[in-house]
Design a protein around this ligand. Structure first.
Ligand code: ZN
Length: 636
């Protein structure tokens, strides 16, 4: 169907360059020559990050050449940068970014003053003159970044040379410019424990890494050149298009597989010990992900994409043009087929972040759920596309079951539309929101507006916000543009209400003369929420023989009165929750809300003891309902 060019031998496409030999003295001139390769669009900042990797102490000595473009209608006298490494988890050695010097790009002897605030993981560079809109400020930040140790966080060094398992993973390892926006001003948030608290502008990058010859380097961007410097090699990576940040990982032991997929050089990097799990399999999954997301959302523009094994307590983590998947899967005691499904899910998920996080960005501190929710939905769509069901990866618990019983189990509210700080302050479970509830709401939207409209909405979102930032209402607007009508009624309650609806039957009346049935359905949680829910719910009515005499999906809009003309006397009225009806449930298996209208069938001699029992139970049930209703009325 689509391009499929398997090149199975290792290193077939990576690396492709024979190193040239140059002297120590020529290095700087060579770098300057390489720098000219980038042709920055005037609307983006441009960074040249040049690091020398010191394997022995797991650190890099770096120069970040900043060419900062002011795209805001605001004058700046200083620019803030994140210094994230010290916020990350470690075993015995904390991560650090030490700032050594800041000087003018042109005139190296002109020093710029700066302030470092370790608690906020922040530095401010004071500019030598005011930076106006559409102007550029150029300077160089010299720094040393040391990785935290232990197998925990996004950046680290872990593993051993003795058994060929050591990996150095450099993420958030250089001063990353903060984003200025109209809403927040400078976004100077420190590294937070909720979500992936990153918010970066797109920029052109050149990444130069000097490392020992034997190191195999996976990095953001296309390897444009390798230059030999005796015992080390200088690698030049260029993503070609703007990215939000860069990363690299180095190991002496990485095995590499590569394939060309839709013009992208796709590569996997994994440890020898993980060969059985990763070889062929990981790259095939990455290929499937790239093909599906390319055709579904829009084209991945970069020339490379790497899938790299990492040590972490997470499943994996996304960076532009390079994603990581945890080595822990390889240690799970499940059968290989289950471990493979877990790895496939991680690869499908993190690959999808290239579309939602990198290409289309959002403020992950203010809207942590936005890219995460779309990515989780999309990962399950990958499951549906390749394995037949949207629930393929929901191996332990289906989202729908977890979401409907969440309140019964935890007693917690679960509003989606909160900032990372609000998640912390309101004690809302981020994992539940990001990985269960938000994707489920997107699935509900697909079922509500239809598959084609839903996909077209995501395509439009991609086209409109490629290389930009978006907020939730931008996404809503894209779906509205596709279907031609407002979706406030959908987005406001499902994203902003803290509780799901919980339906009950109010008054029910059957007129045996006209065969008219009137039912009032109430949402017991209506007063706890700001917005009224509106959803389609199947309503079934049965006669006293248990035969269905009516079935229709009805809109329930807060407290709703239904009038029906029936052909027979009804016995039981049920709201059916067996599809994706979103309600608060006490029991995940109790998937209908039932009301019995006429318990004793016509012709009394025919009824048996069982019917009397049923009758008694439901009379008690009705009494409870009516009593509750009276209590509620009295409260009003
Ligand atoms: Zn994610």
């Amino acid at each position: 169907m689509l391009e499929f060019a398997l090149i199975s031998s290792q290193n077939a496409l990576y690396p492709t360059y024979e190193p040239r030999i140059i002297s120590e003295e020529e290095t700087f001139a060579e770098q300057q020559k390489m720098l000219k390769l980038a042709q920055p669009d005037s609307n983006f900042s441009s960074y040249n990050l040049s690091v020398i990797f010191n394997e022995g102490v797991a650190s890099v000595q770096g120069n970040l050449s900043v060419d900062f473009y002011n795209n805001d209608p605001k004058n700046f006298t200083r620019i803030p940068f994140h210094l994230y490494l010290s916020g990350m988890m470690y075993e015995t050695k904390q991560g650090t970014i030490e700032i050594e010097n800041v000087f003018d790009q042109e005139n190296h002897s002109q020093i710029l003053s700066y302030n470092v605030y370790p608690n906020q993981q922040l530095m401010w560079v004071n500019l030598t003159k005011e930076l106006k809109e559409k102007e550029r400020a150029s300077f160089v930040i010299q720094f040393t970044a040391t990785l935290p140790d232990g197998p925990y966080d996004r950046a680290n060094v872990f593993g051993y040379d003795s058994n060929q398992t050591k990996i150095f993973k450099f993420t958030g390892f250089y001063p990353i410019p903060c984003v200025y926006d109209q809403e927040d001003g400078w976004n100077v948030d420190p590294y937070l424990d909720v979500g992936d608290p990153f918010y970066f502008d797109m920029a052109y990058y050149n990444l130069f890494i000097e490392a020992p010859k034997e190191m195999i380097i996976a990095a953001t961007g296309q390897l444009q050149e390798k230059v030999s410097k005796g015992s080390t090699l200088l690698h030049h990576f260029n993503p070609v298009y703007p990215v939000r940040e860069v990363t690299f990982s180095a190991s002496r032991y990485f095995q590499v597989e590569s394939k060309l997929v839709n013009g992208v050089n796709l590569s996997t990097f994994f440890l020898p010990k993980s060969d059985e799990l990763w070889a062929t399999y990981a790259i095939d999954n990455a290929e499937n992900a790239l093909l599906l997301y390319n055709s579904t959302f829009g084209t991945y523009p970069y020339p490379t994409l790497n899938i790299v094994e990492e040590y972490t307590i997470f499943g994996g983590m996304e960076y532009p043009c390079q994603i990581y998947a945890t080595e822990a899967v390889d240690t799970y005691s499940y059968p290989l087929s289950i471990n493979r499904r877990i790895l496939e899910k991680i690869i499908a998920h993190e690959t999808c972040h290239q579309w939602w996080y990198n290409i289309v960005g959002n403020d992950e501190v203010d809207l942590p759920f936005l890219d995460e929710g779309i990515v989780v939905w999309s990962t399950d769509y990958y499951g549906e596309y390749y394995h037949g069901t949207w629930e393929y990866f929901q191996m332990v618990t289906r989202y729908i079951d977890r979401v409907r019983t969440y309140y019964a189990i935890t007693g917690l509210s679960s509003k989606i539309n909160q900032t990372a700080y609000e998640f912390i302050a309101t004690n809302t479970d981020w994992v539940f929101i990001g990985y269960y509830k938000t994707p489920l709401i997107f699935e509900k939207l697909r079922q509500t507006i239809g598959h084609t409209n839903f996909i077209n909405g995501l395509k439009l979102f991609f086209i409109q916000y490629e290389f930009k930032h978006a907020i939730l209402s931008d996404l809503q607007k894209c779906f509205e543009d596709i279907i031609g009508t407002s979706l406030d009624w959908f987005f406001f309650p499902w994203f902003d209400n803290p509780y799901l609806p919980k339906y009950s039957f109010g008054e029910v009346e059957f007129d045996s003369g006209s065969n008219n049935l009137t039912i009032i359905i109430e949402d017991n949680n209506e007063l706890l929420n700001e917005y009224t829910y509106r959803q389609l719910v199947p309503l079934a009515i049965y006669n006293n023989n248990g035969n269905e005499i009516y079935y229709e999906e009805i809109w329930i809009d807060g407290t709703t009165t239904i009038n029906l003309e029936l052909t027979e006397t009804p016995y039981k009225v049920s709201l059916l929750y067996d599809n994706y009806v979103l309600v608060q449930l006490d029991d995940p298996n109790d998937l209908s809300l039932d009301l019995y209208l006429k318990s004793i069938p016509d012709g009394i001699p025919g009824y048996d003891l069982w019917m009397i029992l049923v009758f008694s139970v439901h009379v008690i049930g009705l009494l409870i309902i009516f009593t509750r209703r009276n209590i509620q009325k009295n409260k009003k």
